[in-house]
Design a protein. Structure first.
Length: 185
């Protein structure tokens, strides 16, 4: 009698049991890591394209809009830290959001040297119509995992980021750690 049931991972796909892991051929782990990384990148691209098609906004633009709504008036530097992008990239995103009347940039009332971004009524309405960001769904799924599995994933990904930060990637500030964009801090 075969009692094998398809085990579903917290992320919705089939779980990788020990049998599957043992099938990874030695010296091919590089292929498996690169394949998994490519699948993640592809999923993010598809999600962003769907957002752009259905709502005329990209994933990074929506991420910025959500952080602006959550934190209120915010400077480019603080916004960049929370969405893990460079300030230069965020300026371009804010330009596009402002053109669409989703955000407004104003001088800070506390310090006139600072420019802060705030969400407009149109931005609020757009957020109300858009689906959750991929990272929000991932965060919810990770919270359902046993802590030791979550820690293992975090350690492995941090190691991967470190490996990618070497050599030609070393100058890419977007790979440097920042604050959690979903945190309240």
């Amino acid at each position: 009698m075969n009692n094998d049931k398809e085990v579903v991972s917290p992320l919705g796909g089939p779980a990788l049991g020990i049998t599957h892991i043992l099938q990874i051929v030695p010296n091919q782990f590089e292929y498996n890591v690169l394949k998994s990384l490519r699948q993640i990148i592809r999923a993010v691209e598809i999600h962003s394209r769907k957002l752009e098609h259905d709502f005329q906004i990209t994933g990074p633009q929506l991420s910025c809009l959500l952080v602006i709504r959550e934190h209120g008036p915010i400077t480019v530097t603080h916004l960049a830290e929370r969405v893990f992008l460079s300030p230069g990239t965020v300026v371009g995103i804010l330009d596009r959001l402002e053109e669409k009347d989703l955000v407004r940039r104003l001088r800070s009332k506390k310090d006139r040297r600072l420019v802060e971004s705030c969400i407009t009524e149109s931005g609020e309405k757009l957020i109300g119509r858009t689906p959750p960001l991929m990272q929000q769904a991932l965060s919810a799924a990770l919270k359902k995992m046993p802590e030791n599995e979550g820690v293992s994933i975090a350690v492995a990904l941090e190691k991967l980021v470190h490996l990618m930060s070497l050599g030609e990637f070393a100058e890419n500030k977007d790979l440097s750690p920042g604050k959690d964009p979903l945190s309240r801090g």
